[in-house]
Design a protein around this ligand. Structure first.
Ligand code: NDP
Length: 363
């Protein structure tokens, strides 16, 4: 095979963007829209999901669940939501009698994900639950079982499963050009820890940056490798003992795969980092920034750097894909099982932090 750069190779392997046409077009007619209710009107719902729902084609915002009456009034005005589709945490279960709502989207702090996902499924609704799906793999298992029992679909809010540049990274990593993938680095961090933030409370967040940012970098490594890692060795660092209690500020780990591929990852609430790097032979492909929503992503190999425009709201593609899965009765790509797989790796990272040893990851 003649030498080609990574970006050049992508151009020749069938066009840059490898997104499945069924993800984007689907088989359903565009005039049937499913109704979405957002649960928990915090930053993510306000800055990303609400605006994204103005761009969706197969679903639309019809309901809200909030514990803050002023937010209810503001959202009703902003999005034309009627009081009959407005709920709080006490009236949440009444969603079962609201036929306008097909999908309930849980955007609450992590410790509330399992409870509200299961209650929404029991109310007969399809559910999108934000990452991390549960507090551990066992909780994810319970949520998957609840969806099966209710006969409803469950998606985890993995917007990057539908992001074209991420699909491009995976495609390059797995194509035989330049041999096998050997080394990866996937990292994400922000200076964001502040006193009182639920994310740094172990009972509410479940483990700081590991739970908040771990799912992004773990799924990227696992999907580029096209296989599960067999073991992990983890380290934790605390740069501010007054702030980090019962969690680390920065987590680092190495995932080892059966074919000797290695992935180094760091997640942090103390410093900024955002990169996804895959190397094989003397070639590499890197996306930087890689995981933050709505950034202009720069894809780089040894010879080229291409700044790629990002979709304005990745979440619109993610939510439309789920609505099509419901209408067409097709499998969910960002499924509960995918989230459970990542939680098994997070559980193993926690075990390694406790024992100081390399830990096998269950299949
Ligand atoms: P916020 O803290 O900004 O919002 C959480 C909201 O949950 C609150 O505003 C509140 O809404 C509601 N809530 C109910 N009970 C509580 C409680 N006990 N403590 C705090 N809030 C409560 O968090 P985010 O919006 O940033 O994150 C929410 C979820 O979304 C998290 O699981 C996070 O991991 C995920 N997320 C995912 C992203 C992605 O890219 N996929 C990006 C960012 C976040 P109300 O007042 O309406 O009741």
């Amino acid at each position: 095979m003649t030498r080609r750069t990574a970006i050049g190779s992508l151009a020749t392997i069938g066009g840059a963007i490898a997104i499945s046409p069924t993800l984007l077009s689907g088989m359903v007619s565009e005039d049937k829209k499913l109704g979405v209710a957002l649960v928990g009107l915090g930053n993510y719902a306000t800055l990303q999901l609400g605006p994204a729902l103005r761009q969706t084609k197969v679903c639309e915002l019809r309901g809200i669940v909030t514990g803050t009456p002023e937010k209810a009034v503001n959202w009703q005005k902003e999005y034309g939501i009627s009081p009959e589709h407005t709920y709080d945490y006490e009236t949440f279960d009444r969603l079962k009698d609201d036929p306008a709502i097909d999908i309930v989207y849980i955007v609450l702090p992590n410790f509330m994900h399992a409870e509200y996902t299961i209650r929404a499924l029991q109310a007969g609704k399809h559910v999108i639950c934000e990452k991390p799906m549960g507090m551990d793999a066992a909780e994810c298992e319970t949520m998957i079982a609840a969806a099966k029992k209710a006969g409803r679909k469950l998606q985890v809010g993995y917007r990057l499963f539908y992001e074209p540049h991420h699909l491009q990274m995976m495609k390059w990593a797995q194509e035989p050009f330049e041999g096998r993938i050997r080394l990866m680095e996937t990292s994400l961090g922000f200076d964001m820890a502040r006193p009182g933030l639920w994310r740094i409370d172990p009972k509410m967040g479940g483990g700081g940056a590991l739970m908040d940012l771990g799912p992004y970098v773990i799924q990227a490594a696992r999907r580029a490798a096209g296989q599960m890692p067999v073991s992990v060795m983890a380290q934790g660092y605390i740069d501010d003992p007054g702030l980090y209690k019962g969690i680390y500020g920065t987590y680092a780990w190495q995932l080892r795969f059966a074919d000797h591929t290695v992935c180094n990852s760091t997640v942090s609430f103390s410093a900024y980092v955002d990169r996804y790097y895959v190397a094989k032979g003397n070639q590499f492909l890197e996306l930087k920034p890689a995981f933050a929503a709505n950034s202009k992503l720069t894809l780089q190999d040894r010879e080229n750097a291409t700044t790629l425009p990002s979709a304005e709201f990745q979440q619109a593609t993610q939510m439309d894909a789920f609505a099509r899965n419901i209408l067409d009765d097709t499998p969910v790509v960002a499924s509960g099982e995918e989230a459970r797989t990542d939680m098994r790796i997070i559980d193993a990272i926690k075990e390694s932090l406790k024992s100081g040893k390399e830990v096998d990851i269950p299949r």
